[in-house]
Ligand binder design. Sequence first.
Ligand code: NAD
Ligand code: ISE
Length: 338
Amino acid sequence: MTVRVGVIGAGWIGTEHIRRLTHTVTGARVTAVTDLDADRAARAAGPVGARVLPDGAAVVAAGDVDAVLVTSWGPTHAGHVLAAVAAGKPVFCEKPLATTAEDCLRIVEAEQARGRRLVQVGFMRRYDAGYRQLKEVIDAGRIGTPLIVHCAHRNPGVPDTYTSDMAALDTAVHEVDVLRWLLDDEIVSAQVVLPRATRHRAAHLKDPQIMLFETAKGVRIDLEVFVNCRYGYDIQCEAVGEEGLARLPDPAAVAVRGAGQHTTPVPTDWVARFQDAFDTEFREWIAGIAAGEAPTGPSAWDGYAATAITTATVEALNSGAVVTTDLKPRPAFYGGAA
Ligand code: NAD
Ligand code: ISE
């Protein structure tokens, strides 16, 4: 069966995913595209033979759309996802699921009312080979009980439109999701500490930021978010346990010895760093739909937790206090307590 996908939002990542669904993933075809900018929709739809539709509602309702991909701006996600759930269609939503915890809970309730999982959130790190190996090591008990996790999320630069709260909402949200999954644990509090600021930031931006999280089981996580680090796109994660330590591998790259140096390249952006993870994420999503199975990737509940935790982190940044995340109890529908 070929899964026919309708895409809402043909910007940067929407275009990447259209290319991926067309040329990399087998068993999928993009049949409809919409964007607020009709020319952009046409540029994305034309080369893959898809129709341009006027809006998200038309994409969700289209007879030749089996599954919906939401890659529009964050504040519009909830409306499109709720429409897809109401239509009973599988929907993949790029992060964030919604920009408020309340809207995420609306999606969680709507999905439960339909009685089956339809929603998957685009936290692609769960599909990265290195993170999957790290999880296998932790789950096998090879480092014993995890105690501390040290992380860094560095971007070479960001546009001037990037604001201080985006360090949590847009950037650290990936660690929040992947660490909940890696540790099979929940984040219960957040704090933000500000070191000396880089001179390479825009004047309005607090950069870098050090985020400190505590989990329900007492694990402490420190995360450096540094979005003007200049030198590359660098993702680090090191878990310290009672019996040992496990570190996320850097992406495979040729090491060169020459001119008196031994060097390996650092990726320059998230597209290059997580290319394979995005491919695997979409292969598994499409294969599941083709097999008539419910999605197994990050759920609407994970989307809710990520938004609630990053919202608490912004509150911590603004107040300087330790802020509790106060998550609702996880419904049995999503696997019960973490
Ligand atoms: P973008 O601005 O390049 O593209 C968004 C597009 O959506 C624009 O073309 C805009 O016109 C369109 N749009 C907005 N609202 C719409 C609506 N209601 N209906 C139809 N079209 C609409 O942004 P982007 O960088 O592609 O980001 C899109 C989403 O993907 C964001 O939520 C972002 O957080 C997420 N994202 C995820 C990752 C990741 O690593 N997983 C990376 C980048 C972006
Ligand atoms: C961007 O939206 C992403 O999702 C990237 O993965 C992240 O590294 C970057 O900081 C975000 O702005």
